[in-house]
Design a protein around this ligand. Structure first.
Ligand SMILES: [Zn+2]
Length: 325
């Protein structure tokens, strides 16, 4: 992976952590200013703590007696502090730093020294050309979804009105996010352009990233570029290294937007199949959206991919007037 990029992310994490500690320090100072007796109590607790370690270390003749004495003094201060906190509607948590990620406390690594999900997602966003995703997701998420833009009139030969159809899709996608697990189905969205497929993909991405899931969102043509870069570039520096390439297989959700518009050949066909297939075998979810009618999709891709998708994905058809006009 590009070193500069990695360093940039590391710096961001260091800064986040610093900010959290500074913020906690400032809060503590404010509390002390308002409640000087609390500062005094904390001082006494710290001093008595030192006293206690001294007794333990020096082991005086009357060790038992000494240690009981110091311990009860310490307990006394602690009780007193508890009372003061309670009287002022404070808790110990008010003194602690508030980290963006509770899992890794903004270090990027969990207690078992593995990369935290938030850190993986950060790497993914930087590597997979998703740097603008946070911005996009602010504008396109379930809270901002406006069912009112869909017509309640019958549309062509469809049984449901676009509005009723979209209500059903919205409910299914809401449930997909709510109950996101290994048992969830993968999803296929198809329909003409401008009927809300990409918006729906963004809603789901936004919701799941918010929940701490790792999500890669790529157009099919971008995805093919990443794959080709990885397979054909001679040096790691030029492309995405193996570990980061593997995120395509390992991320919790892979969204492939606009399938069918990319340059298609037997290489891309088999690479796509590999990814989709491997993800299915390991129970990882994929969302595919395409503007092609299903029959055309079947012409473009090999039977292997198509039968995998048609048999195992939950399929949703989007239709209605083009909303972009
Ligand atoms: Zn984290």
């Amino acid at each position: 992976m590009k070193d500069i990029l990695l360093r940039k992310i590391r710096d961001e994490y260091d800064q986040k952590r610093h900010r959290a500690f500074n913020e906690a320090q400032r809060r503590k100072e404010d509390i002390y200013k308002a409640l000087p007796m609390l500062e005094e109590l904390d001082k006494q607790i710290a001093l008595t703590g030192i006293e206690l370690s001294k007794v333990v270390l020096l082991k005086p003749e009357n060790f038992e007696e000494e240690i009981t004495k110091v311990r009860s003094k310490l307990d006394g201060y602690r009780e007193e502090k508890k009372l003061v906190l309670k009287q002022n509607s404070l808790t110990e948590d008010d003194f602690k730093p508030v980290f963006e990620c509770k899992e890794c406390e903004d270090t990027g690594y969990t207690s078992s020294q593995e990369k935290c999900k938030c850190y993986k997602q950060k790497i993914i966003e930087n590597l997979y050309d998703m740097s603008n995703i946070k911005y996009r997701l602010q504008k396109e998420n379930f809270n901002l979804f406006d069912i009112g833009v869909f017509s309640a009139e019958k549309f062509k030969e469809e049984k449901l009105s676009p509005k009723q159809n979209m209500k059903n899709i919205l409910e299914a996608c809401g449930n997909f996010c709510l109950n996101f697990s290994r048992e969830s189905p993968s999803l296929l969205f198809h329909g003409t352009t401008g009927v809300g497929k990409t918006f729906m993909c963004n809603c789901i991405a936004s919701e799941l990233i918010e929940k701490g899931k790792t999500v890669i969102y790529q157009t099919a043509s971008n995805l093919i570029e990443v794959i080709e870069e990885h397979k054909f570039k001679k040096t790691e520096e030029a492309g995405i290294n193996k570990e980061n390439y593997n995120y395509l297989f390992e991320c919790d959700l892979l969204i492939i937007d606009d399938l069918g518009t990319e340059l298609n050949n037997s290489f891309t066909n088999s690479e796509l199949f590999n990814i989709i297939n491997a993800r299915m075998i390991s129970d990882r979810k994929t969302i595919i959206s395409t503007n092609l009618p299903l029959a055309d999709l079947a012409l473009v891709y090999s039977d292997r991919i198509i039968s995998r998708i048609f048999n195992e994905f939950a399929i949703f058809k989007f239709f209605g007037k083009d909303l972009r006009f």
